[in-house]
Design a protein. Structure first.
Length: 97
């Protein structure tokens, strides 16, 4: 993961977030990065945990709550960096939906 939270798996100009994984309390750019680094299965954030600050903007390093991330319209509320809208296709890998 580089300083903008981009990784070898996803590295477009809009792939700017890292997700804190509940299972290990560490930020990874994607589930593949997590799985290649640790020897345990990922654990998703539950619906009741939407207030947890678990999303890191790689542009300004602001940490968003899960609820704030879901409501941000794919734009960092602090620096206005554009996030990849395609990430929504993978929410179920990280969050209880």
């Amino acid at each position: 993961m580089n300083e903008r939270t981009q990784c070898a798996h996803y590295h477009s100009d809009r792939d700017l977030i890292a997700i804190k994984f509940k299972c290990c309390n560490a930020f990874y750019a994607c589930i593949q990065c997590h799985n290649e680094t640790v020897a345990h299965a990922p654990v998703v954030w539950g619906k009741a945990e939407r207030a947890v600050e678990a999303i890191l903007c790689g542009n300004c390093h602001y940490t968003l709550s899960i609820a704030e991330y879901f409501a941000c319209g794919n734009t960092c509320p602090r620096c206005q960096a554009a996030f990849n809208p395609g990430c929504a296709n993978h929410y179920d890998l990280y969050f209880e939906m």
